[in-house]
Ligand binder design. Structure first.
Ligand SMILES: Cc1ncc(COP(=O)(O)O)c(C=O)c1O
Length: 420
């Protein structure tokens, strides 16, 4: 049986792999090319923005945004805890100060804690509002606070491409927003991201920043083209005498694939490859995946319904996303649950070839190993986030998980959470 996971090339299907194989043999298409602009135009049209700018990652797009709003030394940027270090490093790169805000009941930024922390702030500049795992944040309340305090509102839509609030795409509520096409995101080009806005002024600044950037070198682009190929060869062999695991280990050691987070990034520094322009080859991949966005997100909703049906009301299991207000149109990039026996459940699932450790747990700035001090994170400053990271399991909703498998995962979770 092939492994089930949140992280093993969850969005790449046969057609993506054959596209990548063709691209691998055409290095002339890797760096510059017309598809970068085509991606930007397609994105702009599809999500009704006035402007979109492609970069080699969401973190590069965020850096461009922070430059555009002219973030200065010691100015404070408010963002939620339970976020990725990739969303914090661009603030540190400009010598800004991240201030972490605790969570609401949906793993999103709490407007009440935000207000409290802004009141204590000396140099507030901007709020970054993340829509965790594709569930819309309390954007109206947060927007009101941003307007009252005259702060820039940046939407972190790394998890929420295609999700809506009141029939409007997320990303359209703030001054400016960014999206990620990272390996385990809503759609994927292994690495890639977009900054999007309706503001002429911010767009002018982002555009001039983007023009000055270099492209990543061809080795990096090649690593990212190779990543889905190497995974698609390794995964069917994952447990045949550990052959797949060995292949992946070697590919990482030999640097045939790039990591999702570089080691320096866990210490509060940007890796050298950020910020850079979007490579043409990855733009081709992103465009191809964008065509499948509705299919992917429909599937995610269907799988989430199955988990909800299986797990609702079961002892020892708390479902995080369960409100059913009509104005919320989430996309469930994951289906998080809270359990008491997290480690034991993950261990049992692993024995059955289900790998749900996706990095989004154990620490309020993910992934594990991120040095909290380097990110100015003060222990106990976000008690809710610090508690949930010890209890969370993120169930997979990606296109590789069938309805039957989702039902089975639900049954297993119930079984293992009631074991003594
Ligand atoms: C919430 C969040 N914001 C921002 C990012 C940065 O996106 P990227 O990986 O494309 O740089 C990520 C992912 O790493 C993320 O999970």
């Amino acid at each position: 049986m092939r492994p089930i996971s949140n992280s093993f090339i969850p969005n790449f299907e046969k057609d993506d792999i054959s596209l990548i194989l063709k691209l691998l043999f055409r290095p002339r298409l890797w760096q510059k090319g017309k598809f970068i602009e085509i991606l930007e135009k397609t994105f702009t049209r599809k999500f009704s923005f006035k402007y979109s700018f492609a970069f080699n990652s969401g973190r590069s797009a965020l850096l461009a945004i922070l430059k555009a709003i002219e973030l200065k030394e010691n100015q404070e940027v408010f963002l939620q805890s339970f976020t990725c270090n990739a969303a914090v490093n661009p603030i540190l790169a400009l010598k800004g100060k991240p201030v972490f805000v605790d969570l609401d009941q949906n793993l999103n930024l709490s407007p009440d804690d935000l207000r409290k922390k802004i009141e204590l702030s000396k140099k507030p500049k901007a709020i970054i509002v993340q829509h965790t795992f594709g569930w819309p944040s309390q954007i109206e309340k947060i927007k009101k606070i941003a307007q009252e305090k005259k702060l820039f509102l940046i939407e972190d839509c790394a998890h929420s491409l295609g999700a809506k609030y009141q029939n409007q795409y997320l990303g359209k509520f703030g001054d400016i927003s960014f999206f990620s096409f990272g390996r385990d995101k809503v759609i994927s080009s292994v690495y890639g991201g977009i900054a999007a806005t309706d503001s002429d002024r911010l767009a002018r600044k982002i555009s001039s920043f983007q023009k000055k950037l270099l492209w990543p070198n061809n080795f990096w682009t090649c690593q990212n083209l190779c990543q889905p190929i190497i995974f698609s060869i390794s995964l069917p062999l994952y447990n045949s005498f550990n052959l797949g695991k060995i292949l992946l280990y070697l590919a990482r050691k030999l640097k045939l694939i790039a990591p999702a987070v570089y080691q320096v990034e866990k210490k509060g520094k940007l890796a050298k490859v950020f910020p850079k322009k979007m490579p043409n080859a990855l733009a081709i991949l992103a465009l191809h995946q964008l065509k499948k966005l509705e299919k992917f997100n429909q599937h995610r909703k269907k799988i989430a319904e199955i988990y909800l049906k299986e797990l609702k009301g079961k002892r020892g299991i708390k479902i995080v996303f369960q409100e059913r207000e009509n104005n919320y149109q989430p996309i469930f990039m994951r289906f998080p649950i809270l359990v008491k026996k997290r480690r034991e459940i993950l261990k049992e699932l692993k024995k059955r070839n289900i790998y749900l450790e996706d990095g989004w747990s154990e620490t309020p700035i993910v992934p594990k190993g991120s040095n909290l001090k380097k990110f100015f994170y003060q222990e106990n400053s976000c008690p809710k986030a610090e508690k949930i990271v010890k209890e969370i399991i993120n169930l997979p909703t990606n296109i590789k998980v069938s309805e039957k498998e989702a039902k089975k995962i639900g049954e297993m979770i119930i079984k293992f959470s009631s074991l003594d």
